[in-house]
Design a protein around this ligand. Structure first.
Ligand SMILES: Cc1cc2nc3c(=O)[nH]c(=O)nc-3n(C[C@H](O)[C@H](O)[C@H](O)COP(=O)(O)O)c2cc1C
Ligand code: SF4
Ligand code: SF4
Length: 278
């Protein structure tokens, strides 16, 4: 059976989990295709093929948790899936040790609403991707070997369920694991709201060589060279452009955000950093 693993991963942790999944599927005799929504060619390719074709027999969908939710490229991908899908699906998220929010539940809901049967799910602790300048970043060192091993055990359960005819399913309610207070808080949070906490993206034109690296790597296709980069509305604050500009021409002061993130993590203290749902 063919497995498609569709993910977005501006900082690499979700891609790492996707690769662990693919390796395990292949070691168990299945075939796995990795599709990175951060690449414009992949996004456009999926748009063209989805209306007429159900993606595959088993669809794995991975997102980082941003401000308690899945990221916009994953949300758009799920919205674009045709209704009446007949396959099975496994959503997974990586989160940065603050709060895994409601992303997994929302992804499961979107998949079941389009007819997919849930065979499992995972939330995996990862280094917090807006703390790359901080000493002792939240989630540092994750995903580690134990996280990878948990992910492999999820693949084992999913493959066994498929072999058994997919009759044993994960109920969507299992993904509604957050306490009421966190769910209520998540309903008021969004990336648009988070943008107010960060300085606006800008370019130091005297440093910028107009190389286009930031535009190539932006997972939202939000950067146009004009001739220097201009940042569009679809930016979802992944900071990949800031991290990867070879000239350090996109300044961003993260210190206030880092303090706020650490305070939020202390307040939440979420149990089971990495957890599989079967
Ligand atoms: C703008 C932004 C918002 C984030 N929001 C959360 C959050 O609400 N909770 C959390 O635990 N981690 C949060 N993170 C951290 C990411 O979920 C985590 O680092 C994830 O593993 C990143 O995945 P990637 O490496 O595949 O990009 C956020 C990161 C960014 C950049
Ligand atoms: S990556 Fe940096 S140097 Fe290159 S175009 Fe973008 S801002 Fe300019
Ligand atoms: S413009 Fe920069 S911060 Fe915004 S989505 Fe693109 S790479 Fe991420």
């Amino acid at each position: 059976m063919k497995h498609s693993i569709v993910y977005c991963s501006p900082n690499g942790a979700t891609r790492h989990v996707a690769e662990v999944i693919a390796d395990r599927i292949e070691s168990l005799g299945g075939s796995a295709e990795l599709l990175d929504l951060g690449q414009g060619s992949v996004r456009r390719g999926l748009d063209n093929r989805l209306p007429s074709e159900s993606l595959s027999a088993c669809l794995w969908v991975g997102s980082p948790v941003y401000v308690d939710h899945m990221v916009p490229p994953v949300e758009r991908f799920l919205e674009s899936l045709p209704a009446g899908g007949k396959g099975c699906a496994v959503p997974f998220v990586t989160w940065g040790g603050v709060n895994s929010g409601v992303a997994l539940h929302e992804m499961g809901r979107a998949l079941t609403a389009r007819g997919y049967a849930l065979l499992g799910a995972a939330k995996v602790l990862a280094v917090h991707s807006s703390m790359w300048r901080a000493g002792e970043a939240l989630g540092a060192g994750h995903p580690d070997a134990l996280d990878d091993s948990a992910v492999r055990s999820l693949v084992d359960v999913v493959m066994a369920r498929i072999a058994a005819g997919g009759v044993e399913l994960l109920p969507l309610s299992a993904l509604n694991y957050q306490p009421e207070a966190i769910r209520e808080q998540a309903s008021r949070k969004s990336i648009a709201m988070a943008k107010a906490f960060y300085p606006a993206l800008s370019v130091m034109e005297d440093r910028c060589t107009q190389c286009g690296e930031c535009a190539d790597k932006c997972p939202a296709g939000a950067i146009t060279l004009n001739p220097h980069p201009a940042f569009g509305e679809s930016c979802f604050l992944c900071f990949r452009c800031v991290r990867e500009c070879p000239e350090e021409a996109i300044p961003m002061d993260m210190s206030a955000a880092e303090e706020r993130i650490r305070a939020m993590a202390l307040a939440t203290n979420e149990p089971y950093p990495t957890r599989i749902f079967t």
